[in-house]
Design a protein around this ligand. Structure first.
Ligand code: ADP
Ligand code: MG
Length: 477
């Protein structure tokens, strides 16, 4: 175990955690922590006091472990939290917050309100705390490309004239494509005009509602949401299947809508495709503007990387940028994770980003050790998407270069990932003969030895297939 490395790993992990957590949770639980030691199979995080240690163990263990596993590439990593206020590493931190953390603990063993320094901008008639928005999710940091142009324009318009443009604005799209970022960007802008911004996720709303029923405070609950000028609801799909919660939300929605208060919703799919969402909510949600976010194109991915690297003060050759952008075709979150990993590698080897280092880091990308079985449709979908083909093209007759290549990669993955018999692979691909399936497999496995780009492609597809099948993260993004 050695300290310098642990500190660097933890610093990078904090960067990633900060993006995923609300500002108040981050400030409360993670701000004054440190990476103490990194061993073969465990990582020790230092906390300023026992209160924070317990909180981290109870609330954030899984997320922290997942983040550290991805960063270190150690699939069996255990994470431990230790109170470390007296270690010398703490000396580098400003003394005042440290002292405050400790007194907060001795005086008060219950949950402390987040960060007194961030005193809410409360109007005298607005008794609710400032919404917890991620400081990084602003319009300024949102890169616009073909994949998100429409949603961005709609969100910008709504932020400019809340209640007057589209109401509700319903943002939807796959995981990690920028819904939460855009939703919160509107929130940040809106706060400049009025403090009456409420931000909640579908499951938070549900929990609050259930709590209100239990405590017989449904009136206060309704009053709070009905007095919002702007209501942001992230992951609204989590309202589905809960009759009473949906009814309560329906009334709030109508009340706000009829007074031209702006409502912005985000979900992983369009309203009509959310199973268990009440018909009347579906039709209300459809009554405004539906705007979707797509997977980023190469240029957008490059632009995002450029922005992030600029923020990190990290110069990078165009070739690196191209390599990185090519390696993460799926979501923007995936792209950021990849970049963080590569930056960490660069820091650890104390060098600047260069193509060799990037290629090396990509080759070492960790893969989940006990990956759940994927399925043929997922493989075909991922391959087709990478080659920008319709999935049906893979089982069709076309033999043009791109389609043939894609088909061969699909054969290779179907065999390697799923161990399918040749005949079955042939059937998946529109009734191809064994001999031609075998030939395709042989071509790819031979080419992999010499072709670094192909290796990269295959490993990225595998990682992505693995990642997509991991259980969904319970937190909202
Ligand atoms: P979603 O809510 O769709 O799952 P998020 O909004 O949480 O996705 O985005 C995932 C990550 O990608 C965040 O760190 C976010 O800042 C970043 N991101 C998404 N879209 C963009 C964009 N257009 N420009 C810059 N960063 C983006
Ligand atoms: Mg989200």
């Amino acid at each position: 175990m050695h300290q310098a490395t642990a500190a660097q790993v933890w610093e990078t992990a904090l960067g990633q955690l900060q993006v995923q957590l609300s500002r108040s949770s981050y400030d409360t639980w993670l701000k004054n922590t440190q990476g103490l030691a990194l061993g073969e199979d465990r990582f020790i995080v230092g906390t300023p006091n026992p209160f924070i240690r317990e909180g981290l163990e109870r609330r954030l263990y899984t997320l922290i472990r997942k983040t550290l596993m991805a960063l270190t590439g150690q699939p069996n990593l255990a994470v431990e939290f230790q109170v470390a206020a007296l270690l010398t590493a703490t000396a580098s931190r400003p003394a005042a917050p440290q002292a405050r953390e400790e007194s907060a603990f001795t005086e008060n063993t219950t949950l402390r309100p987040p960060e007194a320094g961030l005193a809410p901008l409360i109007a005298w008639d607005w008794p609710y705390p400032q919404p917890s928005l991620n400081a990084k999710f602003t319009f300024e940091r949102f890169v616009v490309g073909g994949c998100n142009q429409f949603s961005h324009a709609a969100a910008a318009r709504v932020a400019e004239r809340p209640g007057a443009a589209y109401n509700p604005l319903f943002l939807y799209g796959g995981v990690g494509l920028g819904k939460t970022h855009l939703l919160q960007a509107v929130g940040h802008r809106a706060l400049g005009q009025s403090p009456k911004v409420l931000h909640v996720s579908g499951d938070q709303f549900t929990r609050e509602f259930v709590g209100a029923i239990r405590n017989q405070t449904t009136d206060e609950f309704q009053l709070k949401y009905r007095s919002a000028e702007i209501l942001l609801v992230d992951d609204v799909q989590f309202l589905a299947g809960r009759e009473q919660t949906q009814e309560s939300f329906f009334h709030i929605f109508n009340e706000l809508h009829s007074h031209s208060r702006q409502i912005i919703l985000a979900s992983d799919r369009p309203p009509q495709a959310i199973p268990g969402l009440a018909d009347r909510l579906v039709s209300r949600f459809q009554g405004g503007l539906l705007a979707d976010l797509q997977s980023p194109e190469l240029e957008t991915r490059q632009a995002i990387l450029r922005l992030r690297l600029e923020e990190e003060g990290c110069p990078c050759e165009d070739e690196c940028l191209a390599l990185l952008a090519a390696a993460a075709p799926g979501s923007i979150r995936g792209l950021e994770e990849l970049l963080n990993r590569v930056l960490l590698q660069a820091r650890l080897s104390q060098s600047q980003l260069n193509p060799a280092l990037v290629a090396q880091a990509l080759a070492r990308s960790p893969r989940p050790s006990s990956r759940p079985a994927t399925n043929p449709a997922a493989i075909l979908g991922a391959v087709a998407e990478h080659f920008r083909l319709a999935p049906e093209a893979l089982s069709g007759p076309s033999r043009d270069r791109r389609t043939s290549q894609a088909r061969q990669v699909a054969i290779f993955l179907l065999r390697e990932e799923l161990r399918r018999p040749w005949a079955e692979i042939g059937r998946e691909l529109g009734g191809r003969r064994d001999s031609s399936v075998l030939r395709g497999y042989a071509r790819v496995s031979a080419a992999l030895k010499a072709d670094a780009e192909l290796r990269l492609l295959v490993s990225q597809l595998r990682e992505r297939l693995g990642a997509e099948l991991l259980p969904p993260d319970p937190r909202s993004h």
